[in-house]
Design a protein. Structure first.
Length: 392
């Protein structure tokens, strides 16, 4: 196991602060492991073991904790006669009915430092916002970054990362392709079946999986729900635009994909149609759709997008007249522009990738990222090798 420093920094920063710490993200990205490591960190800081409680609601010994009342009683009984700050970790709490009432009540007692995990975004958008508005901090956990991947597999190269991605659960398989892809397919089925089909009682699971395959195949491409409906019709599959939009939202809620809107850089408007979608982990794409290396430019784009949101940026696709800039990334008053390319061996390719910035007249940093080792920086636009960018 490796300590995921950026997340530890956040957890330590919010430790003992009057906020509920909510760890979210795709299933199998290591939320439980991160909690275990953080508990070890607390013990090393002198917190007594008796003042730490971890409940994993996926384990059978917690099945009797079915609702908020039994959860509250369980924790209060454990806390009886304890006076110090008590650290409570509730893993996959979404399995407990009306759990938010228990967390709200425990938070109000001001004795507990609370940490909860969940694998559905709607847990935050509905339940938490109703009861805990202004009282929680969300920490989105991503698969391993390339920097973390290199720590786990010092012998591996960037092409290995392109294929295997960063899901932590395949670490023990030592980059064995067949075993790893089987494990990633199982992770995918778990995320879809448990967090989408069962949760939303989807009747037509076949259409849902076909929709996911479509998104995976067309990662980074601009399309609309209407265009998907027309494609499905050509494949003799009937599905309405409203159903497609609903299914896409459900898949996003399971943290499997991310929707990226287009920002009209001339008109200063966020466009509501023709979004792009990116996958939480490109290794899952290899397992489900296959051939990451054959669509390498799209996979590189996916990797850069996930890295930007991992670093805390709000990211849009930039529209400039009839052209697009891959990413416009905002953080506070900071704004960066990014173009992503595979290789820029020809002058025409370099002209295309760098030339888009001629239409942007501001002085914010502008980057072209590719796998080239030669530095092609020109006219104030910085060229970065993608490995260098990911290891910054």
């Amino acid at each position: 196991m490796i300590e995921r420093e950026s997340y530890f920094e956040l957890l330590n920063g919010y430790k003992n602060k009057p906020f509920i710490k909510v760890l979210t993200g795709l299933r199998r990205v290591g939320k439980s492991t991160l909690i275990t490591l953080f508990i070890e960190n607390l013990l090393n800081q002198g917190v007594h073991q008796s003042n730490i409680l971890k409940i994993n609601f996926e384990l059978p010994n917690t099945f009797e904790i079915e609702d908020y009342k039994s959860l509250t009683n369980y924790i209060l009984q454990w806390a009886k006669d304890k006076n110090d700050t008590l650290y409570v970790f509730l893993d996959e709490i979404g399995r407990v009915k009306d759990w938010e009432k228990a967390v709200n009540a425990l938070h109000a007692l001001e004795q507990f430092d609370l940490y909860i995990t969940g694998s559905n975004a709607d847990m935050l958008s509905s339940e938490l916002s109703t009861f805990l508005a202004g009282r929680y901090i969300e920490i989105l956990i991503h698969p391993f970054s390339y920097k973390e991947f290199k720590l786990l597999y010092p012998q591996a190269g960037f092409n290995d990362f392109l294929i295997f991605g960063g899901i932590p659960s395949i670490h023990s398989l030592n980059l064995n392709y067949d075993f790893s892809m089987n494990a990633l397919r199982d992770s995918f089925r778990s995320a879809v079946l448990q967090n989408v089909i069962s949760r939303y009682q989807i009747r037509n699971a076949y259409v849902l999986e076909k929709l996911i395959e479509y998104v995976f195949t067309n990662v980074g491409k601009t399309f609309s729900a209407l265009s998907i409906a027309k494609y499905f019709k050509s494949q003799k599959i009937t599905i309405s635009v409203d159903t497609i939009l609903s299914y896409l939202n459900m898949i996003q809620e399971a943290f499997l994909i991310y929707k990226v809107s287009r920002n009209d850089l001339i008109g200063k408007n966020v466009l509501k149609t023709e979004e792009k979608y990116y996958i939480a982990d490109h290794g899952i794409r290899e397992a489900i759709a296959g051939n990451n290396m054959k669509v390498i430019e799209a996979v590189l784009e996916n990797i850069v997008y996930i890295e930007l949101i991992r670093r805390g940026y709000l990211v849009y696709v930039g529209k400039v007249n009839d052209k697009e800039i891959d990413f416009v990334a905002y953080k506070g008053n900071q704004r960066n522009y990014y173009q992503v390319s595979y290789l820029m061996e020809t002058e025409s390719t370099r002209d295309r990738e760098f030339g888009i910035f001629d239409q942007i007249k501001d002085n914010y940093p502008k980057y072209v990222i590719s796998m080239d080792k030669v530095n092609f920086s020109q006219n104030g636009v910085i060229h970065l090798n993608i490995e260098d960018f990911l290891l910054l």
